[in-house]
Design a protein. Structure first.
Length: 115
């Protein structure tokens, strides 16, 4: 199956508000807070002015390659996106599970991205 059968595979760095504080706090005791930098990877199933929608899982109910289902869908507000990278064969390589890490650390593809 060729890449044109899939929606674009992307990596999105985005800002999130973080976990709400569940209990009451005195205003003068609230420590400075900042947005959390997040990273998500998935198939870009919607690319709109208001939101980027990623699905890490696609399914074909016909058993072939006609992708008509998704699960694990996340909606990221476009205003929260810091950068979006399209992933392709030049960035990612399919490999056996046993070779994902050559030293027990992050896979080499992730180390390249992080550097």
């Amino acid at each position: 199956m060729t890449d044109e059968h899939f929606p674009p595979l992307v990596l999105i760095e985005w800002l999130d508000s973080g976990q709400p504080m569940p209990s009451w706090q005195w205003l003068e005791q609230i420590e400075p807070r900042r947005p959390h930098l997040c990273v998500s990877v998935g198939f870009l199933v919607q690319d709109g002015d208001e939101a980027k929608v990623l699905a890490p899982n696609l399914g074909a109910s016909d058993g072939g390659g006609d992708w008509d289902q998704a699960s694990g869908v996340i909606t990221i507000p476009t205003t929260a996106v810091q950068r979006m990278l399209r992933l392709n064969a030049n960035v990612a390589t399919l490999c056996p599970l046993a070779s994902l890490s050559d030293d027990g650390d992050a896979p080499s593809a992730l180390r390249l991205w992080a550097s």
